[in-house]
Ligand binder design. Structure first.
Ligand SMILES: Cc1cc2nc3c(=O)[nH]c(=O)nc-3n(C[C@H](O)[C@H](O)[C@H](O)COP(=O)(O)OP(=O)(O)OC[C@H]3O[C@@H](n4cnc5c(N)ncnc54)[C@H](O)[C@@H]3O)c2cc1C
Length: 385
C-alpha cells in the first residue's frame, strides 16, 4: 500500500497548478453571470478535457485519478473554471463516452472535447428530485425521430449549455427508462428564465413540447436507469473533488489568516480555541481525501462502485461544509464579507450536499450496500385482505 502520488501524478499536479496560476488566477471569483468560455478553450488546448476518455474517442486516455488531480488543482485557483472541467470530464459527457453510439461520439463528443460547448445532466423534475425514478418526461419513437414531452428543473448552467442529457421514459414502467441527448436547437425545446443558487450559480428549467430529434440522439431506450446511475457515479466523484478542493482552499486561507491576524497582542493561531478548529478541519479533510482516492483508484479506467462513490461524496460534501463554515468563523467579520471568497466557497460547498444525490439519499444508498438489501422509501402497502 502506498499513500503517495506517483511521480507522473506529481508532475501532472504541478503543471496543472502552474497553468491555473498563469491563466485563471487573475479573473478567479469575478466571472459573475459570464461562463468562462475563454478558459474552456485553454483547458482543451492543454489536454484537460476528456482526460479519462479513450484516445480512439478523442480523449486523452488517462485515468480517473488524473482527472481528479486536474479538477482539484484548477478548483483551488478558480472554482468557476473547475465547473468547465466538471462538464468536460465528469458530467453527462461520461454518459456519451460510456453509453453513446458512434453518431453521438462523432457529432456531440467532439465539440465537447474541443471546449466549444457543454452538456448538462437533465434528470430532476418538479416532482422527481430524490425520487428520480418518478420522472414523468416521456419519449416515443416516430419514424426516424424521437418525440419528447415534459420538463426539467435545476439544470446547472443550462443557459450556457448546447446539449442536455435528458433522462426520460419510453414506456410506463421503470424498465422503460432511458435518456436522449437533446441539442438546444431542437424544435419544441425551450429554456425558462435564468435563476440562481445562493452562490450565484445559474440554473434553468427546460421544457420539451413535442420536442423532436433524430433517433440517433437516443442514448438508451430501455433498462436505462441502472446503467445511467452507474455512470453517474463518476459525476459524483467530480462533485466530491470540487468539494474537497474548495475546503482545502478555505483551510489554507484560514491557516494563513490565523498567523497574521493579531488580537490581544498575539496572532489568533495562538488561541487554543482556534487551534482546535484546525485539528477538526484537518481530520475531516484527510478522511474525505482518502475515501475519495480509494473510490477513484479502484475505478481506474472503469466505473466507481456505488458504495465507494457514495462514501466519497458524503464525506467530501460534509467535510467541505464543515471546513468552509469554520473558515468563515476564523476570519471573523471578513469571513461573511462579499469582498472575500469565503462566503462563496461555503455557498458552493453547501449546494453540493444536495446536488447529485443529497447527503440523506447517500446515507440510504450506503445503508443498502452495507446491509445488502434494498429498503423501499415508499409508504408501506396496506396488507392484502
Ligand atoms: C447546486 C445544485 C445543482 C444542481 N444541478 C442539477 C443539474 O444540473 N441537473 C439536474 O437534473 N438536477 C440538478 N440539481 C437538482 C438536484 O439533483 C436535486 O435538488 C436533488 O436530487 C434533490 O431533489 P429536490 O431538490 O427535489 O429535493 P427533495 O427530493 O424534495 O428532498 C427534500 C429533502 O428531503 C430529503 N429526502 C428526500 N427523500 C428522502 C429519503 N428517502 N430519505 C431521507 N431523506 C430524504 C432530501 O435529502 C432533502 O433534504 C441540482 C441541485 C443543486 C442544489
Amino acid at each position: 500500500m502506498d499513500f503517495q502520488l506517483t511521480e507522473e501524478q506529481r508532475i501532472l499536479k504541478e503543471s496543472v497548478r502552474r497553468l491555473a496560476e498563469r491563466h485563471f488566477a487573475e479573473k478567479a471569483f469575478t466571472w459573475g453571470d459570464e461562463y468562462p468560455w475563454e478558459n474552456a478553450k485553454i483547458l482543451a488546448e492543454n489536454g484537460l478535457m476528456g482526460i479519462r476518455i479513450p484516445v480512439e474517442d478523442g480523449g486523452q486516455g488517462g485515468t480517473l485519478m488524473d482527472a481528479v488531480i486536474a479538477i482539484m488543482e484548477i478548483a483551488k485557483v478558480c472554482p468557476q473554471t473547475a465547473d468547465v472541467l466538471q462538464a468536460g470530464n465528469f458530467g453527462a459527457i461520461q454518459q456519451i463516452a460510456f453509453l453513446g453510439n458512434e453518431f453521438l461520439k462523432k457529432e456531440v463528443l467532439t465539440k465537447l472535447l474541443r471546449g466549444e460547448t457543454i452538456i448538462t445532466p437533465a434528470m430532476s423534475e418538479p416532482n422527481a428530485g430524490s425520487a428520480v425514478t418518478d420522472l414523468r418526461t416521456t419519449a416515443r419513437f416516430d419514424g426516424d425521430e424521437v418525440v419528447i414531452n415534459g420538463s426539467k428543473v435545476f439544470n446547472s448552467n443550462g443557459d450556457h449549455a448546447g446539449y442536455f442529457c435528458v433522462w426520460c421514459r419510453f414506456g410506463k414502467g421503470v424498465e422503460s427508462s432511458g435518456a436522449v441527448i437533446v441539442p438546444d436547437t431542437a424544435s419544441g425545446f425551450s429554456r425558462g428564465k435564468v435563476e440562481q443558487h445562493m452562490s450565484g450559480e445559474h440554473y434553468v428549467s427546460l421544457y420539451f413540447d413535442d420536442c423532436r430529434v433524430p433517433k440517433e440522439y437516443v442514448l438508451m431506450s430501455e433498462e436505462g436507469f441502472k446503467k445511467l446511475l452507474q455512470v453517474f457515479n463518476v459525476e459524483r466523484l467530480g462533485n466530491s473533488s470540487r468539494s474537497l478542493a474548495l475546503a482545502e482552499l478555505a483551510y489554507e486561507k484560514s491557516l494563513q489568516y490565523s498567523k497574521e491576524r493579531i488580537q490581544f497582542d498575539r496572532p489568533i493561531c495562538e488561541f487554543q480555541g482556534i487551534q482546535w478548529k484546525f485539528v477538526d478541519m484537518k481530520m475531516r479533510l484527510e478522511q474525505a481525501r482518502w475515501l475519495l482516492y480509494k473510490a477513484v483508484v479502484e475505478a481506474d479506467r472503469g466505473l466507481p462502485t456505488t458504495l465507494d462513490s457514495s462514501l466519497a461524496k458524503l464525506s467530501c460534501n460534509e467535510a467541505a461544509e464543515y471546513v468552509c463554515r469554520e473558515a468563515i468563523q476564523i476570519h471573523g467579520g471578513y469571513g461573511v464579507s462579499q469582498e472575500f471568497p469565503l462566503a462563496y466557497l461555503y455557498e458552493r460547498a453547501r449546494g453540493w450536499m444536495i446536488a447529485g444525490g443529497s447527503v440523506e439519499m447517500l446515507r440510504n444508498r450506503i445503508a443498502s450496500e452495507i446491509l445488502e438489501r434494498r429498503f423501499s422509501q415508499r409508504p408501506p402497502r396496506p396488507p392484502k385482505a
